[in-house]
Design a protein around this ligand. Structure first.
Ligand SMILES: [Zn+2]
Ligand SMILES: [Zn+2]
Length: 375
């Protein structure tokens, strides 16, 4: 297991249409040579990738891709004679020891040209209107903006956040993050009972259900959103966010916070906004105890980090089980009930296909999406 890794990274770098094409070809060539599989999104504003393979191959990949991106930057900035050093900051994640290696590797390589590195808004707000693909048949209408006026103009919000070049909030390392959180708790306790800070989880509900930040003095807002593009409306209307002065936002690997921090600043220009550098993944790797990965005196992250690769969750696990069985409410945080995620035995809602936590005792009593009626 230790020879293999899942690698994730993103880089914001402006690319012309021809650079996108040549970079896609180079990515394909390098991945094929090194036998790496996974997903790579390439757009005019940057690259976002998750790959599986041997550690030495992934390290070679990082070296080659960094060089290539460096060349593009040098060419683009030639007239100004500026050269920025690009750090891909690839996060190398370990496989789960209890599952076979082959079940945790991607089985194909998908290199795709996209409009953005990651889009915080529904496709319908893009300049070229595309047909809206709605995956959910019974979308909850709970996130209506009742607090308006002022009326929330999502189109202008989209333009201010997505059409502008990236200006994220201050990135905090794992240690800076802890220090700032502790300070926020101390400074507010002398004045009032409640902290002026708020931890903001910008991930989806099924991700935060198996693990999230728990700090003794600063509360965590679990947005319980179904998808990333539900966030603009929620952030614009949420009372907790409106009231707090400092916002500490985090996501899996950091990329989702890049645009959400711009969104929060656009809506609340006076707030102090911080984002976790490298996301939960970098954080848990910083505080991981080599001997026992389930305990850490320094980690405010509790539970598991949900990931969008064949592992479903990262093997590092802090504290007690955060998740609860949807049926009996007992601690449970394995969507796959002991199976490898690649076996497709995970529990999903019959109607909307969302991942749901159902414990091993309750599981045989319920029929989940795509399962045949039990006799
Ligand atoms: Zn149960
Ligand atoms: Zn449902």
């Amino acid at each position: 297991h230790d020879d293999y890794r899942i690698a994730l990274y993103y880089a914001y770098i402006e690319l012309t249409p021809s650079e996108i094409q040549s970079h896609m070809n180079i990515q394909k060539q390098i991945c094929d040579e090194l036998n790496l599989k996974g997903r790579i999104r390439i757009s005019k504003e940057g690259v976002n990738g998750v790959l599986s393979g041997e550690l030495i191959s992934l390290q070679k990949y990082e070296e080659l891709i960094s060089k290539n991106i460096q060349q593009i930057i040098v060419i683009n900035n030639n007239s100004n004679n500026k050269s920025t050093i690009i750090a891909l900051d690839v996060k190398y994640c370990q496989l789960r020891k209890e599952l076979p290696i082959q079940d945790q590797l991607f089985d194909r390589l998908l290199i795709k040209e996209t409009k953005t590195v990651i889009s915080l808004f529904d496709q319908s707000f893009e300049k070229k209107k595309e047909s809206k693909k709605d995956r959910y048949r019974h979308e909850k209408k709970s996130i209506e903006i009742k607090s308006s006026p002022p009326y929330l103009d999502l189109q202008s919000l989209h333009n201010a956040v997505m059409e502008e070049s990236l200006k994220p909030a201050r990135h905090l390392s794992a240690n800076e993050w802890n220090k700032k959180l502790d300070e926020a708790g101390l400074s507010s306790s002398s004045n009032s009972n409640s902290s002026s800070a708020l931890l903001l989880d910008v991930r989806n509900v099924y991700e935060m259900r198996v693990g999230h930040f728990v700090h003794p003095t600063t509360p965590t807002l679990l947005t319980n959103t179904r998808k990333y593009s539900d966030l603009p409306q929620l952030i614009a209307s949420n009372k907790e966010i409106k009231e707090r002065e400092q916002i500490f936002m985090y996501c899996t690997g950091g990329v989702r916070c890049e645009r959400v921090s711009m969104l929060v600043r656009e809506l609340y220009p006076d707030k102090q906004i911080y984002q976790l550098r490298g996301g939960i993944q970098k954080y848990i790797q910083t505080f991981k105890n080599e001997n026992n990965s389930t305990t850490s005196t320094n980690s405010y992250f509790a539970g598991k980090n949900f990931v969008f690769d064949p592992r479903r969750t990262d093997p590092i696990h802090f504290g007690e089980t955060i998740g609860r069985c949807l049926v009996c409410d007992l601690p449970h945080d394995d969507y796959d009930n002991g199976h490898a995620p690649s076996e497709n035995k995970e529990a999903r809602c019959n109607k909307c296909r969302m991942l749901v936590l159902i414990c091993n005792d309750c599981r045989p009593k319920y029929r989940c999406h795509n399962e045949k009626e039990k006799e």
